[in-house]
Write a protein that binds this ligand. Structure first.
Ligand code: HEM
Length: 527
């Protein structure tokens, strides 16, 4: 009898201890930032249901309710959201030493290749590598890639010429082009996604003759689709969001069970990693071919060899694979989304279209190829159109940082390890800095205009902020401007009757148009 009572008490204690452990595990992160205002989180899922309902717009509503700094719970993990230009400057620039890293959400921690990319890198590797390769992103090197970009843009134009009087999904076509550009400029490989325009029509799926490349890209697409920040990812990613401690053990378990999403992603990740390692090893063994090549991978290997032992030990082949692969994620979806958003917005605003065509036509004769300097200096209105499009459709609406020590922001003490996320897309809609924020009005970015002069210098940062800002910004701007110039010299676009209004957005690691942007292509005629 006595022993039954003891056993009962023993199990009761275990039960109570588990409940207390569970509560401590869930509430400890919340407790540390409890003084920061914010809506009450739902146990386990936090505010994910709000995100599922409103997408990233949820931050606009919460900013109105809670002010410029508040808590948002991504499952168990509290984020401190900062939606004020001056506070963003403080986190991203003035206190960069306190926030030198990006926090790594579960989709990234589940991707071995992305863990070796720039985005995930910490000190001392990050500064050493960023300094070593910064020259590859400077105007001289980026300018030398212009002919390669142009050749891919021309294929897109040829494809569009064949699509006369048909509906096209511009998002798909532009994504193929931007992937092809990254293929050539980063990998030195022709992905051939846009196909051969002489015998293919645009709306047909481009069939790639090269099985190796298409297999690689298939795995890439599978991995990219798994990078979701909500409850649509693999089981281990969902666990990572709600019970992070279980992510790795479950990933290890599930990746061994065929048929699970984790297994499929693991297979895809291994294939990608093997392929990337193979590409890097092959390129490394061909020094003579490498020195003449301009692609990022060859240039990175050359830098590694030229700059001595210390750098060679830092830029190991697995990091070379990681950084090169990262370009596919960081450099193609972002650029394609921005190009598509710009075409969509210009199509819907005829006065902007007229003004833009006038500037582009005024550049020179029809086939004149703008130089990299022309692109920077001779298209001021195009600059304004691009900035305004990125304001309304920001590819990266949230910028992640993590406190590397105890720090105070906006009057709140944040302990080391706090995830602080900046919300540039909320700032970009703030009527104080952007009067009538829902209107598409490129002139608000006119450098001589009143509005531009009055604006806070950190009210707009679509490419991120401070030393950790996007390294590929000049690359992206050159590519998008060159594409727009070539496209508008030959075509204008009109909305397809099937165009979704307003287009629904999907947020994985970056924004995408969920159902694409359906347009009609009109060839321009010159008399
Ligand atoms: C319209 C196109 C693009 C947009 C809107 C964009 C935006 C961003 C943003 C917001 C960040 C985070 C910055 C921060 O944390 O402060 C970032 C980082 C990064 N981007 Fe881009 N990006 C674009 C194109 C590109 C391209 C074309 C490349 C490569 C060729 C690239 C490579 C990177 C890399 C490597 C990082 C991580 C930098 C680091 O941590 O040091 N991006 N980008």
């Amino acid at each position: 009898m006595e022993s039954t009572a003891e056993t009962f008490v023993f199990y009761l204690l275990i039960f109570l201890a588990s409940i207390i452990g569970f509560l401590l595990y869930f509430y400890a992160p919340h407790w540390k930032v409890r003084r920061v205002p914010g809506p009450s989180p739902i146990p386990i899922v936090g505010h994910l249901p709000l995100m599922a309902k409103h997408g990233v717009d949820v931050f606009k509503y919460l900013t109105k309710q809670y002010g410029p700094i508040y808590r948002f719970h991504l499952g168990r993990q509290p984020l401190v959201i900062v939606a004020d230009a001056e506070l963003c400057r403080e986190v991203g620039v003035k206190k960069f030493k306190d926030f030198p890293y990006r926090s790594l959400p579960p989709p990234i921690t589940g991707s071995p290749l992305l863990l070796k990319g720039f985005g995930s890198m910490r000190e001392p590797r990050w500064s050493a590598m960023r300094n070593a390769i910064t020259s590859l992103y400077q105007p001289t090197h980026i300018g030398s890639l212009l002919p390669t970009m142009q050749s891919c843009i021309e294929i897109l134009c040829e494809n569009l010429s064949n699509a006369y009087d048909e509906d096209i999904n511009f998002s798909n076509l532009s994504l193929r082009m931007t992937n092809d550009i990254i293929g050539k400029t980063a990998f030195g490989v022709d992905f051939g996604l846009s196909g051969n325009p002489s015998n293919k029509k645009t709306n047909e799926t481009s069939v790639n003759e090269d099985d190796e490349v298409s297999h690689f890209l298939e795995q890439h697409i599978r991995c990219t689709n798994s990078l979701k920040m909500d409850l649509n990812g693999s089981f281990s990613i969902i666990l990572g969001i709600v019970v992070p401690i279980l992510q790795e053990p479950f990933r290890q378990l599930l990746r061994r069970i065929p048929g699970t999403v984790d297994h499929r992603i693991d297979v895809a990740n291994s294939i990608l990693r093997d392929k990337m390692d193979g590409i890097v090893a092959k390129r490394e063994s061909e020094p003579s071919n490498r020195w003449g090549s301009k692609d990022f991978l060859s240039a990175l290997l050359n830098v590694r060899e030229a700059k001595g032992r210390a750098l060679k030990d830092l830029i190991t082949p697995d990091y070379v694979s990681g950084i090169t692969y990262e370009h596919l994620i960081a450099g193609s979806m972002t650029t394609s989304f921005t190009l598509t958003a710009t075409i969509y917005l210009v199509t819907k605003h005829r006065t902007v279209e007229e003004k833009l065509l006038e500037e582009i036509d005024g550049f020179g004769w029809h086939d004149a190829v703008p130089s990299p300097i022309d692109l920077v200096e001779r298209f001021p209105y195009l600059d304004q159109v691009l900035k305004e499009s990125m304001r309304l459709y920001m590819s990266s609406p949230l910028i992640a940082r993590e406190a590397d020590r105890d720090v105070e922001i906006g009057g709140y003490k944040l302990p080391k390890g706090t995830w602080v996320w900046l919300a540039p897309s909320v700032l970009a809609n703030d009527p104080e800095n952007f009067p009538n924020p829902n209107a598409f009005r490129p002139e608000r970015f006119n450098p001589d205009g009143h509005e531009e002069k009055l604006r806070h210098p950190y009210a707009y940062f679509p490419f991120g902020i401070g030393p950790r800002a996007c390294i590929g910004q000049k690359f992206a701007i050159q590519e998008i401007k060159l594409s727009l110039i070539h496209l508008y010299r030959r075509f204008v676009f009109r909305c397809s009757p099937e165009l979704e209004e307003p287009p629904e957005l999907e947020y994985g690691m970056v924004h995408e148009f969920k159902h694409g942007i359906k347009l009609r292509v009109i060839k321009r005629t010159f008399t």
